[in-house]
Design a protein around this ligand. Structure first.
Ligand code: FRU
Length: 491
């Protein structure tokens, strides 16, 4: 057994020891990806390989806090039911000894290639004393990965106004006969930017250009870039650290969003428009996309946030993934919708129509802790209307639409344990109506607004018995249609 295999075996052993007790925790999610135990962050290596979706994730298998990063691994045939696989990467080499950081996957000659960042601390100060290189690992079966013998494949950041050490998160794609890769970076003066590389074989990489660079309030570091095309338009997704709030935007500690533009493959430069958020909630970071055989562009993000309180750590786990969302370009904006296959998890449908909403009302069987709900409300004469989720006598997670301000507010002040706070999304009614598709799981809520024009995602930590749902209005509104399903187990 080589040192990498040994490191994986030890990590697996640690997970195995912890997972039975972790599985008892009532906040464990029913249909969202999380590791069987201990810490996870970014989605990595999201890919469609030999007819199956593979998702890897940043993982510390020894503790529910961040530490030397491994890559955890799950796969699925349909994006609805997931299966755990053995840990794919462990930090066992000189160049990645302090972590196999984020990266991506691409298929070449029938093999699955992972390209990731090897991280080494060179001192105590992790902001300035580090070395990052880019490395490959290769698999024939999509399960066991061997690190490339001549790693690293990119040993040094390029010259120029490019920070020599903060240089990470390669996202690879193929275009015509070449491979390209974007890397998260910052200038020497700490302005976020993205670097573009080109390769003919995934092994030899040439730096092309700084593909895009922040101007104004655009953060000190851009992490986890991703580039793809939607409807012929270029999309650069990234997670800028350190943007300041502007109005209702950018209130998370770190942001995740995109710019639209067009990449000139000759110069490696991207001319682009303004930064847009992909999610207006609290817990959405480092999204990564893949494209499948039907041409859909699918995104998954880390459903948590750096430096946020995570009450599940007490139960030896931390972090989860959002549900997979299909991205489409509509009227020059990205809309995100839950992938169609999630409908397979629906059970026990109940539905109501044309219900007047004056004060606070509940409906029979419209309750639960793992559910999907689709509701269209006509604002009628109401100034304000909304929905309370995960309700008990003391707890509630509240969505309120203010008609005059055209704002939807997600309030988790009384959600239960864990961090509180509110987030807002600007939303216009369509023919006086608001349509929400809401996914609730044991410790999360994801709200898709008016067909996915905006999304709000949050972790919440209610008590197990908080399963009530009610609808309310100030003035008179009407529930045009309400459907609710229990969601069956997906992982
Ligand atoms: C983003 C990130 C990446 C890095 C990884 C380390 O959340 O900071 O830039 O590769 O997490 O776990």
């Amino acid at each position: 057994m080589n040192s990498h295999e040994k490191a994986i075996q030890e990590a697996e052993h640690s997970i195995h020891k912890a997972k039975a007790s972790v599985s008892q925790n009532h906040w464990r999610l029913n249909y969202h990806i999380a590791s069987p135990a201990h810490w996870i962050n970014d989605p990595n290596g999201f890919s469609y390989y030999k007819g199956e979706y593979h998702l890897f994730y940043q993982h510390h298998p020894y503790d529910p806090t961040w530490g030397p990063m491994h890559w955890g691994h799950v796969k699925s045939r349909d994006l609805a039911s997931w299966e755990h696989l053995p840990i794919a990467l462990a930090p066992s080499s000189e160049y990645d000894k302090d972590g196999c950081f984020s990266g991506s996957a691409v298929e070449k000659d029938g093999k699955l290639y992972l390209m990731y960042t090897g991280n080494v601390w060179t001192g105590e100060d992790h902001e300035s004393e580090l070395e990052q290189v880019q490395a490959l690992a290769i698999s024939e079966d999509g399960i066991h990965f061997t690190k490339y013998e001549n790693n690293p494949v990119i040993a040094k950041a390029p010259e120029g106004d490019i920070h020599p050490f903060h240089f990470r998160d390669p996202k690879v794609w193929q275009h015509n006969r070449n491979y390209y890769c974007v890397l998260g970076s910052r200038t020497k003066e700490h302005i976020g930017q993205v670097l573009l590389y080109q390769s003919h074989d995934l092994v030899e990489w040439n730096f092309m250009s700084v593909m895009a660079k922040g101007e104004g309030n655009f953060g000190y570091m851009w992490e986890c870039p991703d580039y793809f095309e939607l409807d012929g338009k270029g999309v650069l997704v990234m997670s800028p650290q350190g943007m300041k709030p502007e109005g209702v935007k950018f209130h998370n500690l770190h942001q995740a969003g995109y710019v639209l533009g067009s990449l000139d493959y000759k110069t490696g430069r991207l001319e682009h428009g303004p930064f847009e958020m992909l999610d207006y909630g609290f817990d959405f970071y480092a999204p990564q996309t893949t494209v499948d055989d039907s041409g859909r562009r699918i995104a998954i993000a880390w459903m948590a946030m750096w430096e946020s309180e995570m009450p599940e750590q007490k139960y030896q786990w931390a972090g989860a993934m959002t549900i997979p969302r299909e991205l489409q370009l509509v009227d020059g904006k990205i809309i995100s919708t839950p992938v169609e296959e999630l409908k397979k998890l629906r059970a026990d449908e109940v539905s109501f129509e044309n219900e007047l909403l004056t004060t606070e009302t509940s409906f029979s069987s419209v309750e639960g802790t793992s559910l999907e709900m689709e509701v269209t409300i006509n604002s009628g004469q109401a100034e304000e209307f909304g929905i309370k989720l995960r309700k008990s006598e003391q707890e509630e997670t509240v969505l309120t639409y203010n008609v005059k301000e055209k704002l939807l507010t997600l309030d988790r002040e009384k959600s239960g344990a864990g961090p509180g706070g509110t987030r807002q999304a600007p939303v216009s009614l369509v023919d006086n109506k608001l349509t929400l598709r809401i996914f609730v799981d044991s410790s999360s809520v994801e709200v898709f607004i008016n067909g996915g024009e905006k999304v709000m995602t949050a972790r919440i930590y209610p008590s197990q018995l908080a399963n009530g749902i009610s609808f309310f209005a100030k003035g008179e509104a009407k529930i045009v249609r309400l459907r609710k399903w229990n969601m069956t187990k997906g992982i």
